[in-house]
Write a protein that binds this ligand. Structure first.
Ligand SMILES: C[S@@+](CC[C@H](N)C(=O)[O-])C[C@H]1O[C@@H](n2cnc3c(N)ncnc32)[C@H](O)[C@@H]1O
Length: 217
């Protein structure tokens, strides 16, 4: 069967760099913050090599982790075996989640809305599969508030960046996209990654919580 996402070089690169970023670049602490207080059934889209799995709190009864890239999915399966909560890794794309509607208490998107092909469709799917009142936890990089960096991001997105980094885009606006998909923004904070040192096109980050409204809007 053909994979919907095929980025073998990026997968090799990400498998190494993401581990270094977690351990030496402080990203593991953001994963803790992202998942803090979650409980019940959770769906994670674009789970990559499964670096979030070790950070899920014990009150989470099950994680369904969707990952379309074969190599990363294999690594995610190994990470799932080491996780302290049950994690079921499955192939699939965020734009067409292979799960029932309103089946999850929470959804997780970390460093993935930059890469999905169709952001509104992926967010519509997350909205569909969350129960009313369910939380979307997000940790994403995106459009810089500074005009100079934002211009550079737009140029990079039209040229080399997606080809170099597995389809990633730097100038997307995750907060605006989440609100446009019908979620209520609960709380978020912006920060730079890495916090010190050079400002990269992927440095402007946002981490927060949005909710599927209890009453349809
Ligand atoms: C930068 S990695 C982030 C991985 C992981 N979420 C993390 O926090 O380390 C982006 C991930 O999104 C996945 N991806 C790409 N297109 C996707 C899609 N349409 N639906 C779901 N995941 C996708 C990639 O295969 C990759 O695993």
């Amino acid at each position: 069967m053909r994979d919907t996402v095929h980025h073998p070089l990026f997968a090799r690169f990400y498998a190494r760099v993401s581990v270094a970023m977690d351990t030496r670049g402080g990203v593991a602490a953001y994963r803790d913050e992202l998942l803090d207080g979650l409980s019940g059934r959770v769906i994670e889209i674009g789970a990559g090599n499964g670096l979030n799995f070790a950070h899920y709190p014990g009150a989470v009864s099950e994680v369904v982790a969707i990952e379309p890239e074969r190599r990363l999915r294999r690594l995610a399966v190994s990470a799932a075996l080491r996780a302290e909560v049950p994690v079921d890794v499955a192939p699939g794309a965020a734009e067409a989640l292979p799960v029932k509607s309103e089946a999850f208490d929470a959804a997780v998107a970390s460093l993935v809305l930059c890469t999905v092909r169709d952001v509104p469709r992926a967010l519509a799917e997350l909205h569909r599969v969350l129960r009313p009142g369910g939380e979307l936890r997000f940790f994403e990089h995106g459009l810089a508030p500074e005009r100079g960096l934002a211009t550079a991001q737009r140029v990079l997105d039209r040229t080399v960046w997606p080809a170099l980094f597995g389809g990633c885009h730097t100038a997307r606006d995750p907060l605006a996209a989440i609100e446009a998909a019908g979620f209520e923004m609960v709380a978020y904070r912006r920060f730079r990654l890495p916090e010190k040192g050079p400002r990269l096109p992927s440095s402007p980050c946002v981490l927060g919580v949005a909710r599927r409204p209890c009453v349809p809007r």
